[in-house]
Design a protein around this ligand. Structure first.
Ligand SMILES: Nc1ncnc2c1ncn2[C@@H]1O[C@H](COP(=O)(O)OP(=O)(O)OP(=O)(O)O)[C@@H](O)[C@H]1O
Ligand SMILES: [Mg+2]
Length: 235
């Protein structure tokens, strides 16, 4: 199994306040990897640092053998990392189609074919293509956020808060979509509060507590780990 994303001793924070401490982790090609942790643990800070939205203080982010630590967001996107950010961050006053186009800013080649592919993955978005993103349901907005990230044809898809605020039936259908995306060759790093569900979806997982990785391992092992059960599964 070859390593796609390799993070070594990453430190960062806001102002003088350190948030992440010596984060070391990896995502292999073809994997779905879960990142678990309580509110405020630093999961979003980590995801944002990977895509250049926060600066790393020290440490390394290596992707596909290329050092991307503190590279520009454009270079990172072009290298093949896309993010579905926490809260989705759509352009509410723009249509579904316009939002999808925004995801292709780094590469406009074959843009129409790519948008057709997104509409095949999410037929619902084709039906809603001329609607304003702000008028969509939460589930539809998450589809746009995922579709926008896929417009970049990533090798690694980062999803921050996958199911937050969505109805169970919507979540179920989105899980299938994410699994299909993964089967098509895209590795996935996913932050999700439903620990049971995400451990079932993923091959490996990391637990972050106050800015450090405290537990890591195979998801099938962690699902039976007493510490995980007590802290995150309410058992
Ligand atoms: N822009 C910011 N400026 C200052 N502090 C911040 C900023 N963003 C986040 N923080 C702080 O950094 C810490 C980690 O926040 P972060 O959003 O990364 O956690 P998280 O694990 O994603 O939490 P959640 O589960 O609530 O999404 C928190 O203490 C938070 O208050
Ligand atoms: Mg977060």
């Amino acid at each position: 199994m070859s390593v796609l994303l390799e993070v070594k001793n990453l430190n960062t924070g806001y102002g003088d306040l350190q948030i992440l401490r010596n984060i070391t982790m990896e995502v292999n090609e073809g994997e779905i990897v879960a990142l678990l942790g309580s509110n405020g643990a630093g999961k979003s800070t980590f995801m944002r640092t990977l895509v250049g939205l926060n600066r790393a203080w020290s440490g390394e982010v290596i992707f596909n053998g290329i050092k991307l630590t503190n590279a520009s967001s454009e270079k990172i996107v072009k290298s093949g990392i896309s993010i579905v950010p926490e809260g989705r961050r759509l352009f509410a006053g723009m249509t579904v189609t316009e939002n999808l186009y925004m995801g292709a800013f780094a590469n406009r080649k074959n843009i129409h074919e790519r948008i057709e592919k997104i509409f095949q993955i999410f037929p619902r978005l084709f039906e809603r293509k001329d609607h304003l993103a702000g008028d969509l349901s939460g589930g539809e907005q998450q589809m746009v956020a995922i579709g926008r990230a896929l417009m970049n044809e990533p090798k690694l898809l980062l999803i921050d808060e996958f199911s937050l605020g969505l109805a169970p039936a919507v979540v179920e259908s989105l899980v299938k979509v994410v699994q299909d995306i993964n089967k098509s060759g895209v590795s996935i790093l996913i932050v999700e509060q439903d620990v049971q569900m995400v451990l079932e979806m993923s091959q490996r997982a990391y637990v972050m507590e106050v800015g450090t990785i405290t537990i890591s391992g195979k998801s099938s092992d962690l699902i039976n780990d007493p510490k995980i059960k007590q802290a995150y599964l309410g058992i």
